[in-house]
Design a protein around this ligand. Structure first.
Ligand SMILES: [Zn+2]
Length: 277
């Protein structure tokens, strides 16, 4: 009996000691994984719908990352002029090569002519489709690719914005997509004026186009777009959201900006779009 009491006292002391000892150092990575876990338990299905097999990233590596982080993935192929996939044969071949993997399969339409390159049957192979407004031909006939310094034509920022907003409205009204990605992106030369150039009126026009066409808006973690003000306005209007990375290399990250925006903008599980696969 005495033995048992001594053992119990020792166990108690050890327990107290453990509680008083400094908290184990938790890495930032572990903290974010715990956050993803608690959001998933609260009804969010944390999903990155904008991953690419780029920079040597394999589907197996992506699935390992998914298992480690609790993030589900949608993996998209880029289809359009100037991309390896620009006809039905290449699009179907890509799909056949990945269809057995347990991810959502996406098609990112590139350039404004992507719809004309693929048949409806080939497009329908995919679980979802999305596009951005970073490639378009401007009034002067220049083909803009906004993420490339030499191919973003901004002579007058106000004029550029008017043209861009019109492009976004046209794309969202005419192209059959589920998500508007890399949203509200501005070229390098005017990025620092984002909050000024995206006026209330311009933001409202984009939000209205999203709402009217039932298209979700991506919250992009690599680009940290759109702004919290934009997200709050879209939420208010009933626009749905997705989270995405648009990785340009093998690093998928942890959707940090998207997770921060859930908190800052008070987003709920029902504010998010879900792939109906
Ligand atoms: Zn992309």
């Amino acid at each position: 009996m005495k033995h048992i009491l001594i053992n119990l006292s020792l166990a108690f002391l050890l327990l107290v000691g453990a509680c008083n000892s400094p908290v184990k150092n938790i890495s930032p990575e572990e903290i974010i994984i715990q956050r993803i876990d608690s959001l998933n338990k609260a009804g969010f299905e944390i999903t990155d719908y904008h991953a690419h097999l780029k920079g040597g990233l394999t589907m197996e590596q992506l699935l390992d990352h998914s298992a480690k982080t609790g993030i589900k993935y949608g993996v998209a192929v880029n289809g359009g002029v100037g991309f390896p996939v620009q006809n039905d044969t290449a699009l179907s071949a890509y799909y056949q090569s990945v269809k057995h993997y347990p991810v959502f399969h996406g098609l990112q339409g590139e350039g404004r002519e992507w719809h004309s390159l693929f048949s409806p049957d080939s497009i329908a192979l995919f679980d979802y489709k999305f596009t951005d407004a970073m490639t378009f031909t401007d009034a002067a006939g220049n083909r803009n690719r906004l993420w490339i310094k030499e191919e973003a034509w901004v002579s007058d920022p106000q004029e550029f914005m008017e043209y861009l907003v019109l492009q976004i409205e046209t794309i969202l009204s005419n192209e059959d997509v589920d998500i508007y990605v890399n949203p509200t992106f501005l070229p390098d030369t005017i990025q620092s004026q984002y909050d000024v150039l995206w006026t209330q009126e311009r933001m409202e026009r984009v939000v209205t186009a999203l709402k009217e066409n039932q298209i979700a808006m991506e919250i992009n973690s690599r680009l940290k777009l759109p702004s919290a003000a934009f997200i709050k306005m879209a939420k208010e209007a009933g626009v749905k959201f997705t989270m995405g990375t648009n990785n340009t290399n093998a690093e998928l990250g942890y959707l940090e900006y998207g997770l921060a925006m859930i908190q800052e903008c008070g987003l709920r599980p029902e504010d998010f779009w879900k792939c109906g696969k």
